[in-house]
Every structure is written in structure tokens, then in C-alpha cells.
Design a protein around this ligand. Structure first.
Ligand SMILES: C[S@@+](CC[C@H](N)C(=O)[O-])C[C@H]1O[C@@H](n2cnc3c(N)ncnc32)[C@H](O)[C@@H]1O
Length: 453
């Protein structure tokens, strides 16, 4: 009979783990199927789309179960993405730390996790939007006598911008970005840059609804300024709700509660035994190329100079710049990489490196967590080239080998995750449902490990 997460005995041995995870049945209490998009994008969670973002309800539930009465705690997410975990933590008055190698993720997470004083924001925006409108109309800021003329809009010289943006959108976006760059307050600038980043897709020739960088021949890109203003108003409302939700101590000193670093999860900048819980969703092997998906923002903000070197930093989706010998500790991980390698050498190596890199992050997680603290990993299993890739089991084995004990594994259905559900059988990458051959990640696991017995 299938067992639910609640009925799992304490798990230590690897063989128990693999068998028990394989027999799990989905736990309806963790699917959050009743939640509307309005609820899953509440507060600042709706600032910016992000591939494979998880829903705040899941993080909230883990915090309820594992940090129920903490008055002061530190919550960590090593693969922070758009910062869902951090926003949930800050909302409760906890300190939140996060790392991500993606500059765009760090920008979004900073904007989302920093509540701004609503009246001050409104007052600032009244003047700032007037300035942008004047600049768009060609009037520009008034020039003092003898002063050099204001420079033109900061449009990066990159041929890809002409590939994605028609001239009008490119010019207007340049004007908006110029006005954002002139804002001196860092928090306000981050808030505006997040809005700017979010609208880029709509204002470009990027095919609507596509999670891949596909150029549409028929799309009419949205006008930049009205689109920016509409999203800005949404963000202003969401910020006001977030401001009202966070405790007064966070409002008084938001920066004391959030520490975000654009850094590799394998080398966490935090001291030993400093975090009370880790809640994360790791990258998925061969799924998203975040470097490609965020290229519009990366191009405009000039955050990526060398796309190849940038890609190589990503666990799971990156192609390593240097050859590395495979050294996977999980026996199931080793067997999986070997089976894949026999069918496709490149894929076998990619999956092998993914497991190896994740094992390094488990050791780092063990180091930064306090004794008794939990590490919660959200991950899906899949099948590539006819080989089962049982990430949840491999993660459980890796966590055990890093010194954790395994406390619980939850299987959940994912009704609302923004994740393509099918893979191209040739490349193993996500594809449109039209080319469906099998499902990828229709359910996912939450693997909960504990530092200590
Ligand atoms: C599934 S996403 C996380 C989404 C996040 N839970 C959210 O709600 O937005 C995985 C993240 O891992 C990041 N990542 C990939 N390799 C990394 C590495 N070596 N160190 C830190 N972050 C990395 C990716 O940039 C991506 O943002």
C-alpha cells in the first residue's frame, strides 16, 4: 500500500529511503490546489515572473511546521531565485539570507523582500513619472546655463537589442532606464529596475507565452511607458500590502532583515551554525537556461558580459567551462549518471555534475545550519532517454551522506507551478505540450532533513 509522508518512520539507511520514497502517495494537504493565482502572487510575490518559482503557501507551511514559535530566526535559501522564501521569512519578522548566481534573480529578490514606506514611495513617484514623461516627449530635464547637454538614453550597444526590440520600444525603454539610473536612493532604484525588467518581454518580439527565447514574426510589442506605468501601479499596491504585513521592527530597519548575495550556493558567505532553517527549490537538471531566459534584462542592464562564462556558473543547467572528473557519493546518483552516459555521454555528464554539485551544497547547508535545524528541498523526479532520474532519492542519499538525518519526505501535486510539463525526447529539454511524449515533474517532493539525529 502507498504510504503518505506522515506515516514515514525516522529514516537513516539509504535502502529504506529509496524504497519508501518510491512508495509515497501524493499528500493533498500539500498541493494547495484551492489557491487562486491572486493568493499565490499575493504581496510582492507578484512583482516579477520567474521560471520554476515556488508558491509562498508551501514556504509558509514549512515555516509553520518547523519554526512555529520562533520570535527571532534566520531563514536561508541557497537557490533563492526570485526570493519567495525570503519574502515569507521577512513577513514574519525573521532574518532572511539568500544566494543565487543569477544577477537578475538577486535584483528581483532584493526588490521583493524590501518593504518601502508607501507614502514616501507615492510622493517620489509623482515627481519621477513627470520627469520621465518630459524626457519621452523630448523636453528632458532643464539645463542650467553653461551646463553640458544631458547624455542620450543609456542604450547598451548590443546587436541582440535590435533583434528583440523595435526602434520605438528601444528608444522609450532607453529613456525610462536613463531616468531610473538617475535615482540616487538604492531601494527606489531597485524597485524601478524590477518593474523595468518585468515589462521587457511584453515590449519585445519574444513570443507571448513562450518560456524559451523565441522571436515572433506576428507579435505587436506593447508600448513601453503605458506598460511600465501599469505594472508600476500594481507594484505600488503590492508594496503597500507588504508594508502593512511586516512587523514594525522590519519597517524600521528593512536592511537588517535581508541579506542577499549574488554568489554560488556551494560557497555560502554565512558563518557556521547560523541559520535556523533552509527552504529551497534547487535548479533542475537540463531544464531551464536561466542565462538565456533572462537575457532581455541582462542585455539592458549589462549584467552579463560573457554569456558562456555566465552559463557555466549555474548548477544543473550550465555547461562547465572546464572538464571535471565525476565524483558522486550517492550510489543511486552514480548508477543514474552511468546509465545515462551509456545512452548519451553529454547528458550523463550533465546529470552526474548536477548530483556532484548538489552534494557540495548539502555539505555547505550542514555547515551553516544550527544543530537540530531542518533543510527542506523541493525537487521533482523525471525520466531522460528512458532512464529514471530520481532526484528526490538521490538528494535524500546525498543529505544522509552529508551528515543529516532524513526526517520526512512529502509528495505533492503541482497544480500551479509555472513549469512546462513535457520534455523533448531528443534533447531532454522542456517543450510545448504539442510535442508531448511524457510528463516531467507533474508531482514534486519536499525532502526534509535534520541536522542531527
Ligand atoms: C528553481 S529556481 C529557484 C526559484 C525560487 N524558489 C523562487 O521561488 O523564485 C533555482 C535557482 O537556482 C539558481 N542557481 C543555479 N545554480 C546556482 C548556483 N551554483 N548557486 C546559486 N544559485 C544557483 C538559479 O539561478 C535559479 O534561480
Amino acid at each position: 500500500m502507498a504510504s503518505t509522508a506522515q506515516s514515514l518512520p525516522p529514516l537513516r539507511a539509504r535502502e529504506d529511503v529509496d524504497a519508501l520514497i518510491a512508495r509515497l502517495a501524493p499528500d493533498p494537504a500539500w498541493s494547495f490546489a484551492h489557491c487562486t493565482p491572486r493568493e499565490t502572487t499575493r504581496l510582492t510575490h507578484g512583482y516579477h515572473r520567474y521560471p520554476a518559482k515556488f508558491i509562498p503557501q508551501l514556504v509558509d507551511r514549512l515555516l509553520d511546521e518547523y519554526l512555529p514559535r520562533a520570535s527571532d530566526a534566520c531563514v536561508n535559501d541557497p537557490f533563492m531565485g526570485s526570493g519567495t522564501t525570503l519574502v515569507c521569512a521577512v513577513e514574519r519578522g525573521y532574518r532572511a539570507t539568500g544566494t543565487d548566481v543569477n544577477e537578475v534573480a538577486c535584483l528581483i529578490a532584493r526588490a521583493k523582500a524590501t518593504p518601502l514606506h508607501p507614502q514616501r514611495l507615492q510622493a517620489f513617484l509623482a515627481g519621477w513619472t513627470e520627469e520621465v514623461e518630459a524626457a519621452l516627449a523630448g523636453r528632458g530635464p532643464a539645463q542650467a546655463e553653461g551646463e553640458a547637454p544631458a547624455p542620450g538614453p543609456p542604450i547598451p550597444a548590443h546587436e541582440r537589442l535590435d533583434y528583440w526590440f523595435p526602434p520605438q520600444q528601444k528608444r522609450d525603454l532607453g529613456v525610462i532606464l536613463g531616468a531610473i539610473r538617475r535615482v540616487e536612493d538604492e531601494d527606489l532604484q531597485t524597485f524601478l529596475l524590477c518593474c523595468f525588467s518585468h515589462i521587457l518581454k511584453n515590449c519585445s518580439l519574444w513570443a507571448a507565452g513562450s518560456t524559451k527565447p523565441t522571436r515572433s514574426r506576428t507579435k505587436r510589442p506593447a508600448e513601453a511607458w503605458p506598460t511600465f506605468l501599469r505594472h508600476l501601479q500594481r507594484m505600488v499596491r503590492r508594496n503597500a500590502a507588504f508594508w502593512a504585513a511586516v512587523p514594525p521592527k522590519v519597517r524600521a530597519a528593512p536592511h537588517a532583515y535581508v541579506d542577499i548575495r549574488c554568489q554560488d550556493a556551494r560557497r555560502q558567505p554565512w558563518p557556521d551554525a547560523s541559520a535556523d532553517i533552509l527552504i529551497t527549490s534547487s535548479p533542475y537538471v537540463t531544464s531551464y537556461e536561466y542565462a538565456d531566459l533572462h537575457q532581455l534584462t541582462a542585455l539592458w542592464l549589462s549584467v552579463v558580459q560573457d554569456l558562456r562564462a555566465f552559463r557555466a556558473k549555474f548548477i544543473g543547467t550550465g555547461s562547465p567551462l572546464v572538464e571535471r572528473p565525476l565524483c558522486i557519493r550517492s550510489p543511486l546518483g552514480q548508477a543514474t549518471a552511468r546509465a545515462l552516459w551509456a545512452r548519451d555521454e553529454r547528458l550523463g555528464l550533465a546529470v552526474g555534475h548536477f548530483f556532484m554539485d548538489m552534494e557540495e551544497t548539502f555539505r555547505e547547508a550542514w555547515r551553516i545550519l544550527k544543530p537540530g535545524a531542518r533543510a527542506c528541498y523541493v525537487i521533482g523526479n523525471t525520466r531522460l532517454k528512458g532512464v529514471d532520474v530520481l532526484n528526490a532519492q538521490v538528494f535524500a542519499e546525498g543529505l544522509l551522506l552529508a551528515g543529516f538525518s532524513l526526517e520526512r519526505v512529502i509528495l505533492r501535486e503541482i497544480p500551479s507551478k509555472i513549469l512546462p510539463q513535457t520534455r523533448d525526447p531528443r534533447t531532454g529539454r522542456f517543450t510545448s505540450p504539442r510535442n508531448a511524449h511524457f510528463h516531467a515533474y507533474p508531482v514534486e517532493y519536499i525532502v526534509v532533513a535534520r541536522k542531527g539525529p
